[in-house]
Design a protein around this ligand. Structure first.
Ligand SMILES: CC(C)(COP(=O)(O)OP(=O)(O)OC[C@H]1O[C@@H](n2cnc3c(N)ncnc32)[C@H](O)[C@@H]1OP(=O)(O)O)[C@@H](O)C(=O)NCCC(=O)NCCS
Length: 143
């Protein structure tokens, strides 16, 4: 992801997730403690993902595929590649996902993430309520 990609990524994320980031927050993610990737198909943005990089672990902060490109294996391919490209010191990858987001939970399970915790009422929900987050972990030290 480059600075020129940020407007498109922010716009796509706002279509996919009502609590997404603005352009300024995405620009901050291009700093040295982050790794962000985009996939273009037919010269248009098709997918993005962003990781926070810590000394021995990484956190998947954002992932999205544009609606017309979903269901074709793109998220799975992007995540597999991005995980391979994490620093070699990365022992595990963590993420949080809305409990209701079954497409994403299924995707992460398929990539061998396992559920390790629940954060109650972590996300704002549509209509003013709150929704639990499922915390998932991928063990990279033994994979
Ligand atoms: C979640 C998301 C990234 C999946 O992207 P995608 O490119 O459609 O996913 P893939 O085609 O790579 O699917 C891989 C696996 O994910 C799961 N999956 C994907 N879409 C699914 C759906 N609609 N229902 C159930 N499982 C689904 C399946 O296990 C699938 O494997 P299969 O095709 O062998 O069944 C996409 O739906 C999206 O952008 N959602 C909105 C943003 C979001 O929720 N991001 C995650 C935030 S934590």
């Amino acid at each position: 992801m480059k600075p020129d990609d940020v407007a498109g990524v922010s716009k796509l994320q706002s279509r996919l997730d009502f609590s997404g980031w603005n352009e300024e927050q995405w620009l901050r993610c291009l700093g040295e403690n982050y790794r962000c990737w985009v996939v273009d198909r037919q010269q248009a943005l098709a997918a993005y993902c962003a990781f926070l990089i810590l000394p021995d672990e990484a956190e998947l902060l954002a992932l999205g595929v544009c609606p017309q490109q979903q269901g074709q294996g793109l998220a799975q391919a992007l995540l597999k590649s991005a995980l391979i490209l994490l620093p070699p010191s990365t022992n595990r990858c963590l993420l949080e996902v809305r409990r209701s987001n079954l497409p994403a939970i299924n995707l992460y399970r398929k990539l061998d993430f396992r559920e390790i915790a629940t954060r109650r009422d972590y996300y704002p929900a549509a209509g003013g309520g709150r929704e639990d987050a499922v915390v998932m972990e991928l063990d990279l030290a033994n994979n």
